[in-house]
Design a protein around this ligand. Structure first.
Ligand code: ADP
Length: 319
């Protein structure tokens, strides 16, 4: 019987629990034993592993966060730390590891694979910043959370005839700002992938104001800069009343959307299948609506393609 371990690492995202559930239940279905690792790579180094059964993942598919908890672990970045983790995996007799996390966690998984330990990555991050997959687990839920916030901010922005700048997460990736901006009808979207001109933005805001449109929503990706600084520039250049809202960690929580639950279920099960087929050093993704897998090294070296068509469309539609 094979023994599989699963951990969640890095920034948490809604749907991680559904992915853990899928790993545990499909592994048990295939006759394996499954171990959960608490707190990501830290738990691996500390030997904080426990056996999971069918009921240990009951009643979690709808829960945000991760029951395995997540952590950042500096020690795992060192060779010594990774050796400790490798020893723990051997001592527990684990044959393969599923790592649910973002690109940093994948780099950790890649290092383990290079040490000869089979590791499979499942993309759990709201940022949608992994080039090899169309979607990551948690992105869709985060979009819906942001959309809900946009509607609420729009109400007050309209009552007070203000410009609202909403800063969203995504690190160096503008997908949350772009997709939520399109869905929420934002007037302006500022992302790291596209250059922006503050004077051009101010000109558009003044023209809209003169046309009688007294409120506007500006979506700002955190990778560009701080919403308060942009607000000050806009106030100074236009004289128009503006407010900044930084949504922050609200975007990482909440019950996962149907899309994220289904995606997590498929990806978790695929990771187990790959380990059972004797594959190592792979990541799971979704491409053109098909669940795919790819070499981890190749996946991490791919360059992200920004959806510039959608970005252009957003600016045509938002007047
Ligand atoms: P995310 O997985 O969300 O991108 P981080 O970048 O913080 O989050 O990475 C999570 C953890 O993965 C880190 O705390 C560290 O333990 C491990 N990790 C990240 N990068 C590396 C690396 N280059 N080598 C080894 N481990 C890494």
């Amino acid at each position: 019987m094979k023994k599989i371990a699963v951990l969640t690492s890095g920034g948490d995202s809604p749907g991680m629990n559904a992915a853990v559930r899928a790993v545990v239940r499909s592994a048990i279905y295939h006759g394996c034993k499954v171990y959960g690792v608490n707190r990501g790579y830290k738990g691996l180094i500390d030997g904080d592993l426990f056996e999971m059964d069918l009921s240990s993942v009951g009643d979690i598919i709808h829960r945000g966060g991760t029951i395995l908890r997540s952590a950042r672990c500096e020690e795992f970045r060192t060779e010594e730390g990774r050796k400790k983790a490798h020893n723990v995996l051997n001592v527990f007799g684990i044959d393969g590891l599923v790592v649910i996390g973002g690109d940093g966690s994948f780099q950790g998984a890649q290092k383990l694979s290079e040490m000869g330990f089979p590791a499979i990555g499942v993309p759990g991050t709201i940022d949608n910043d992994l080039a090899y997959t169309d979607y990551t687990i948690g992105f869709d839920t985060a979009l819906n959370t942001v959309l809900d916030a946009i509607s609420k901010i729009r109400d007050t922005s309209s009552s007070h005839e203000r410009i609202s700048i909403i800063e969203v997460m995504g690190r160096h990736c503008g997908d949350i700002a772009l997709y939520a901006g399109v869905a929420g009808g934002a007037e302006i979207i500022i992302v790291p992938e596209e250059e922006y001109d503050i004077d051009e933005i101010c000109k558009r805001l003044i023209q809209s104001n003169n046309r009688g449109k007294k409120h506007s929503i500006i979506m700002l990706a955190e990778g560009v800069g701080n919403a308060n600084e942009i607000m000050e520039q806009i106030k100074e250049k236009t004289g128009l009343d503006s407010r900044a809202t930084i949504l922050g960690h609200i975007q990482r929580g909440g019950t996962p959307s149907a899309f994220d639950r289904i995606l997590s279920s498929q990806m978790g099960a695929k990771a187990v299948e790959l380990l059972l087929e004797g594959k190592a050093s792979r990541v799971v993704g979704i491409k053109n609506n098909e669940i795919i897998d790819m070499d981890i090294h190749e996946a991490l070296s791919m360059e992200r393609k920004f959806n510039s068509n959608l970005y252009k469309l957003a600016s045509i539609l938002a007047k």
